[in-house]
Design a protein around this ligand. Structure first.
Ligand SMILES: Cc1cc2nc3c(=O)[nH]c(=O)nc-3n(C[C@H](O)[C@H](O)[C@H](O)COP(=O)(O)O)c2cc1C
Length: 174
């Protein structure tokens, strides 16, 4: 009997090319323990703005895909920037679309906080907000898997992951 693999979904809260949050998650993709697979959610820029009128069958295809990906995942790893003391609107939109589906209920979630020393609040506002939302959704935070691992723009390699050995080692240790 083969044992079932643990399947993770990674979601970056940034749409920016060269995003440090995307880079952190892409780096983590290469550091998975044996028996674990992960996929970086690619669809944030294709989601419609959340509108309860659209939250009914047939769902917009991008919403269906998001919910299916979350439903298939055993756990979710987020990495998001802070915008104006809270979550980026595009990322909040992803989370809003998960309210009606119920796929986040009892889902294990964690996050990487990439905020560097220059960040005024260390990303605290964004992560407090994320904690409130995932709690509302019925997910539970795996505290031991959450980490503050500062990543600066200069650490992002041309291939889109983190080229800094110290950061890679900290991600691997998680
Ligand atoms: C519109 C905007 C608002 C921001 N607001 C904050 C903030 O409130 N707190 C903070 O620490 N950084 C803030 N930042 C900085 C971003 O969080 C930082 O540049 C982050 O690295 C961006 O993530 P990314 O590289 O994954 O896109 C803001 C950036 C932008 C563009």
């Amino acid at each position: 009997m083969g044992s079932r693999k643990c399947r993770l979904l990674f979601i970056s809260g940034s749409l920016r090319s060269g995003s440090v949050n995307g880079a952190a998650l892409r780096t983590a993709l290469d550091l998975l323990p044996a028996g674990t697979t992960a996929h970086l959610y690619p669809g944030m820029d294709r989601l419609p703005h959340f509108n309860p009128d659209l939250d009914r069958e047939p769902l917009p295809q991008a919403v269906r895909s998001l919910r299916d990906e979350i439903g298939r995942a055993d756990g979710i790893l987020f990495s998001t920037p802070e915008y104006a003391g809270a979550l980026p609107g595009a990322f909040k939109n992803v989370l809003d679309w998960t309210v009606g589906g119920g796929e986040m209920d009892r889902k294990a979630v964690a996050w990487i906080n990439t905020a560097g020393p220059a960040a005024p609040s260390g990303g605290e506002g964004a992560h407090a907000s994320l904690r409130t939302i995932v709690g509302y959704l019925g997910a539970y935070v795996v505290e031991a898997a959450c980490a503050r691992i500062p990543v600066s723009r200069r650490m992002v390699a041309p291939r889109g992951d983190v080229g800094e050995a110290v950061v890679v080692a900290r991600l691997a240790a998680k």
